[in-house]
Design a binder for this molecule. Structure first.
Ligand code: MOS
Length: 731
């Protein structure tokens, strides 16, 4: 199905099942331990061996020699596979650094060996006996230094603009020119990367933890040098990803080589202290914002420049993207510059680009509002735009940022907000902050196969993944709605490369795209049912487990017949996202308390108002947003990968040193969804929500801390050392 015309009415609009607050259909499996995650899969007939990775202990250079004799002699060891031994391997197209193979070291903890033993403990003990001799080369590890020689990236649209920024900025009544920094961040999802690989002749089966089944399968085939069709990849349950599992990772590659060497299935999980340097991270940024406005609050000039670094061949963190679209202003420019860094590979982490970009832009907006003496909610409303400000002929498909800000201000109790540093509650300095949320709505093709069996049960098969987001549930709801059955009549199978290729989970495109693919397949199935019954497919109705046309009505089970019926299709996208800008919007409001003596910040309450098209399931959507708000709290207050700029690695590479926000950090969260649909986004009229929830959160917290203390911190995370010197005198 090609989606190229805005949708009017369709069966989803009945909203008997879609849009209803249905609990996760996979919830019981998860809470009873029956959902099988990658590392847990087992076939009682097969005894898996355990693989333990060895990572490079230098950041850049070559392996001169490796001595694995001690490891090979250790108790229980079955095989040791080294990178020089497997030779130079082609890397997958989605990876910047290679995952395994050859003697070159591109970053610290790049995998250079895997030790296979009878038990996990034996493999780990033996891995410690591997001796490596390196030729070490100097590298660039400090973004502030490397950015001096940063270049314009070759692809990815690094520059944009309209009007004459410099002239307009010079003549603006009020101006701001400030630089903000965001640190390297780690995905830190619960489930580490893990894979089990089993060879049967030249055919490989891999159980893994992947957001994108087809990307992984393709890249694994490339790296192993085998035909993609020979690989069967499964990832039915995933304990979080946040972008860390978008692209093939070393666990799958190591498991495949290890299983081949061991002659039996091998499981490899990346140990937590290994994972943060071995896999990807969100790159640090340096961002300069210049904003010029007239006294009435209208922005006349806005410029956003961002510097980030990555390994050679890598990509910039696209932190300026939202600034191209979020606020009006005739004169504007954005630019991204990329430095070469020899740190581990930077790549996508939840809302890549917008999340760190808004951390800077939305503090800058707060600062300009203050200079103008205009309330920051009002300032954002004044600068709303209904068209792409760089290409005014391009309207937004649907945009209700203003509605989010107004409703949020009302529900949060924004009016009556005090001046910075003046509200007290005992020892706490109290403040409130606001930020806009913005994230684009991306469209990827997505396929599905739907079967109707003789019992009237509908089974959906797609290689879509559920990374904890609720894909199983919203896909069941979609099929149930279109086919007129209840959710308990739908069985959903995901995360298997034998199923049609879906959008996968990423970029907050998964919910809208994968359900649209299921929609397309269900339409095909409806046609097959109608045709079989000789019904005119135009006026046929699927309702209450029956197919109806005129005065005839047939139970679905009967219509399916003994052999059942199948519908399969892929949704593809026309040019509606080119003619119209598709984005999602929101407003975050936060109240903080800052300890007047120590400078410790505590979040007291958070509110998010989101405008993201149709909400397919308010329970799972809310879960996405409160999780994202929690992530934004970590980003504001504690999360930072500390770079050792001499040796080139992230020092705090475990969950003790890398501090994510936890339940105790978040006393009260509220989420409101605007009641809206976007007929240009898909037949579902839905858009993404999972990343929108994060966008702007950290800046709202930063702005609340400023309101509480009068101390403006422009460098994340906002730790107490950055506040304590500027706190008002404790009376
Ligand atoms: Mo997301 S960073 O595209 O998983």
């Amino acid at each position: 199905m090609q989606f190229d015309t805005p949708v009017t009415n369709n069966p989803i609009d009945r909203l008997k099942v879609v849009g209803q607050p249905i609990h996760r259909i996979d919830g019981p499996l998860k809470v009873t331990g029956r959902a099988i995650y990658a590392y847990e899969w087992h076939d009682p007939k097969v005894q898996c061996a355990y693989g333990y990775p060895v990572g490079a202990a230098i950041a850049k250079g070559h392996i001169k020699s490796m001595d694995v004799s001690g490891a090979k002699k250790a108790a229980g060891v079955i095989a040791v596979v080294t990178a020089p031994e497997v030779g130079d391997r082609k890397k997958g197209k989605f990876n910047t650094a290679k995952l395994f193979g050859g003697d070159e070291v591109q970053h610290y903890h790049q995998a250079i060996a895997v030790v296979v033993a009878e038990t996990f403990e034996q493999a780990r003990a033996a891995a410690a006996l591997v001796k490596v001799d390196y030729t070490e080369e100097s590298g660039a590890f400090d973004l502030k230094q490397a950015m001096q020689t940063a270049v314009k990236p070759e692809s990815g649209d690094p520059d944009s603009g309209a009007g004459d920024f410099e002239a307009a900025f010079r003549s603006a009544a009020v101006t701001l020119d400030q630089t903000y920094t965001t640190p390297d961040q780690s995905h830190a999802m619960m489930e580490p990367h893990a894979s089990i690989a089993a060879w049967d002749g030249d055919e490989l089966t891999v159980w893994t933890s992947s957001q994108m089944i087809d990307w992984w399968r393709t890249d694994l085939a490339t790296t192993l040098g085998i035909d993609k069709e020979k690989i069967h990849l499964m990832s039915p349950f995933i304990g979080g990803g946040f972008g860390s599992k978008l692209f093939l990772r070393s666990d799958a590659v190591l498991a495949a080589f290890a299983a081949r060497a061991a002659g039996r299935p091998v499981k490899v999980a990346l140990p937590r202290p290994f994972l943060m340097n071995n896999t990807t991270h969100r790159p640090a940024t340096v961002q300069r914002l210049r904003i010029g406005a007239e006294r009435d609050g209208r922005i006349t000039a806005i410029a956003h420049e961002s510097w980030s670094g990555d390994l050679p061949g890598g990509q910039p963190e696209t932190a300026v993207m939202q600034t191209r679209l979020l606020y009006a202003g005739a004169n504007r420019m954005t630019a991204m510059r990329l430095a070469t860094l020899d740190l581990p590979e930077g790549n996508a982490m939840r809302a890549p680009g917008e999340a760190p970009g808004l951390m800077a832009l939305e503090i800058a907006m707060d600062e300009v509002a203050e200079k103008l003496g205009i309330d920051p909610v009002e300032f954002r409303i004044i600068n709303d735009t209904q068209v792409d400000p760089e290409k005014p002929e391009r309207p937004f498909s649907h945009r209700d940022l203003v509605g989010c800000l107004k409703l949020g201000a009302e529900r949060f109790g924004w009016n009556g907000r005090g001046r910075p540093g003046l509200q007290r509650d005992g020892n706490w300095l109290i403040g409130t902050g606001v930020a806009a949320a913005f994230r684009n709505n991306l469209l990827l093709p997505s396929g599905a196969r739907v079967r109707l069996d003789r019992e009237g049960v509908v089974s959906v098969e797609t290689d879509m993944t559920d990374i904890g987001t609720g894909s199983y549930t919203i896909i069941a709801q979609t099929a149930a709605e279109i086919l007129g059955v209840t959710v308990d009549k739908v069985s959903v199978q995901l995360g298997d490369s034998r199923f049609p290729v879906s959008s996968g989970s990423g970029g907050q495109f998964g919910a809208n795209c994968s359900t649209s693919g299921v929609y397309a397949a269900c339409v095909k199935l409806r046609e097959a049912v109608a045709q079989k019954l000789g019904f005119n497919s135009e006026d046929v109705l699927f309702e209450d487990g029956e197919v109806r046309s005129g005065n005839r009505s047939v139970p679905l089970a009967e219509a399916a017949g003994p052999d059942g019926l199948v519908g399969e299709d892929t949704i593809t996208w026309g040019d509606l996202s080119e003619t119209h800008q598709q984005s999602t919007f929101g407003a975050h409001f936060v109240e903080v308390g800052v300890d007047a003596a120590t400078g410790e910040s505590r979040i007291r309450r958070m509110l998010a108002v989101c405008a993201a098209g149709r909400i397919l399931n308010p329970i799972t959507a809310r879960s996405q947003v409160i999780g994202a708000m929690t992530m934004g709290a970590g980003g504001a207050l504690s999360e930072e990968l500390a770079v050792d700029t001499r040796r080139g690695f992230f020092v705090n590479h475990d969950l003790a040193g890398y501090e994510v926000a936890v339940h105790a950090d978040i006393p009260h969260q509220e989420v409101i969804f605007m009641d809206e649909t976007d007929p240009m986004s898909s037949p579902m009229k839905a858009k993404g929500i999972g990343e929108l929830g994060l966008c702007g959160v950290s800046a709202a917290i930063a702005n609340a801390i400023y309101n509480a203390t009068g101390v403006r911190v422009r460098h994340y995370p906002i730790t107490l050392d950055k506040l304590i010197g500027g706190l008002p005198d404790v009376a």
